[in-house]
Write a protein that binds this ligand. Structure first.
Ligand code: NAI
Length: 463
């Protein structure tokens, strides 16, 4: 039967397309159903284009300081439209790359909107596809507004990252609601491109999931750059006018108003679980609205799996991709390693970058763990001084008795790259002594990792 495959995957984002490639590598006939471009939010309107824009922002900020480095770049002019178009080209290249990988791995891509049906079937338009082994749901998530306080995304004065990524120019003033990864990254971008940015976060501090020291460092840097950072600030109501939005904000027991030409909603995402046939196939949701899965990512309906954002937090591309590999290997009869959800790196790609793995210091305290913190600032690192990137630090939290790395936090240039030394260490249960034992090249920013490990042992050399 032409429409029969071993595995059918609904959604071609970083969870779905990776599951497809791994399935095909293992000899399973595979189809991916995708209604838009391959690559999902990550490639088309998320991770990839934002990284291109953040690099433009980095260049803008660098050029503003270039005189100090003996390079007079004259007066620096920025053009968001040009940066945006470049980011689109980068995105398209990546999406085409995914298309190529589908062909290379002989994966059938069906263009259209799929709906699950009982009996491991999938309906796309008038066609029905049948999976011999399993259906994998990887439908991802989407931006959300807060309509109950008047912040419905209208795509002009109240926008989401979806629209911000396609703007032709920078708004004069921008209020960002939410200082998680999305809010922090766009604050960086639009500040560098000349907008007056106000960042509002309801919880007591920005980047609430990161270590308190990391958040404090970013507040310092952002304020210095002229970004208005207001934490503990809940937006309670919005008045949306034709060319401005007025936000009622409650902060520190007092009420204030914030006005901006445009409001960017960065207050979390909603999962795409509606109208895909979950009820009809007996697939249940958790209390928080994610698809309920067992440790093997199988849903409450046998033969249907869920991966990526729909399967629960953290809503990160690399977590979804790992789940895709995991399910594909299970379906091919392998016994993949259990996914260590406590060892998923988290990165916010603002400048300086924030990267972490494992527990924060507050979590160590809450769990009453006997820990020691080691910390090393980049201001004491030769390589960082050379490149003028001395903001931030490496902080390692180690178990006092066994030296196990409980958590690690890096704020600084290239933190997103440096965190993986600590990810490998934690995955393999290396101790801080074992990290330091590996000789770190000099001069590198990674030396700060070794020095933070040493500091946790009370014997940092360079500080
Ligand atoms: P988020 O959930 O990480 O952060 C949203 C923030 O908005 C929270 O801190 C919340 O307290 C705040 N908030 C909610 N309502 C508010 C109100 N009325 N007033 C003020 N603040 C309010 O969501 P975000 O940043 O939108 O990201 C969505 C998902 O996408 C997350 O899971 C995130 O990890 C992921 N993502 C990851 C990126 C990365 O890895 N670099 C980049 C972008 C997104």
């Amino acid at each position: 039967m032409a429409n029969q495959f071993d595995v059918i995957i609904l959604g071609g984002g970083p969870a779905g397309y990776v599951a497809a490639i791994r399935s095909a590598q293992l000899g399973l006939s595979t189809a991916v159903i995708e209604q838009e471009k391959l690559g999902g939010v990550c490639v088309n309107i998320g991770c990839i284009p934002t990284k291109a824009l953040l690099h433009s922002a980095y260049i803008a900020n660098l050029l503003k300081e270039s005189k100090d480095f003996g390079v007079d770049a004259g007066s620096v002019k920025t053009d968001y439209g040009v940066a945006m178009k470049r980011s689109r080209r980068v995105s398209d290249q990546n999406s085409k790359g995914v298309e190529f990988l589908m062909k290379k791995n002989k994966i059938t891509v069906v263009k259209g909107t799929g709906t699950l049906q009982p009996g491991k079937k999938m309906k796309v338009g008038s066609d029905v596809y049948e999976a011999k082994k399993a259906v994998i749901i990887a439908t991802g998530s989407r931006v959300k507004g807060i309509p109950q306080i008047g912040l419905d995304i209208n795509k002009t004065t109240v926008i989401s990252s979806d629209e911000a990524l396609f703007l032709e120019s920078t708004p004069k003033s921008l209020a960002i609601v939410g200082a998680g990864a999305v809010g922090m990254e766009f604050a960086d971008i639009f500040n560098a491109f000349g907008a007056k940015v106000t960042l509002l976060e309801a919880l007591p501090r920005i980047l609430p999931l990161e270590d308190a020291d990391a958040a404090a460092e970013l507040v310092k840097v952002y304020k210095k750059r002229g970004i208005d950072v207001i934490a503990g600030a809940k937006v309670t109501q919005a008045k949306v006018g034709k060319d401005k939005v007025t936000l009622d904000v409650e902060a520190g027991g007092a009420k204030q108003q914030v006005e901006a030409a445009v409001v960017l909603m960065a207050a979390g995402r909603a999962v795409n679980t509606e109208n895909i046939g979950l009820k009809e196939t007996g697939i249940q949701l958790t209390d928080r609205g994610f698809i309920k899965v067992d440790p093997n990512l199988q849903t409450t309906a046998p033969g249907y799996y869920a991966i990526g954002d729909v399967a629960g937090p953290p809503m990160l591309a690399h977590k979804g991709s790992r789940e895709g590999v995991h399910v594909a290997e299970l379906l091919a009869g392998q016994k993949p390693h259990a996914i260590r959800y406590d060892n998923v790196p988290s990165v916010t790609y603002c400048h300086p970058e924030v990267a972490s793995i494992g527990l924060t210091e507050d979590q160590c305290k809450e769990k009453k763990l006997d820990y020691v913190a080691g910390k090393f600032p980049f201001s004491a690192n030769g390589r960082a001084r050379g490149s003028g990137e001395t903001e931030g630090f490496v902080k390692i939290l180690r178990d006092k008795k066994y030296g196990e790395i409980l958590g690690a936090h890096i704020v600084g240039a290239h933190a997103s790259e440096m965190i993986h030394e600590l990810a490998v260490a934690r995955e393999n249960e290396y101790t801080v002594e074992e990290i330091e034992l590996a000789i770190h090249a000099h001069p590198t920013m990674s030396e700060a990792v070794a020095q933070a490990a040493l500091d946790s042992l009370g014997r940092a050399i360079d500080m």
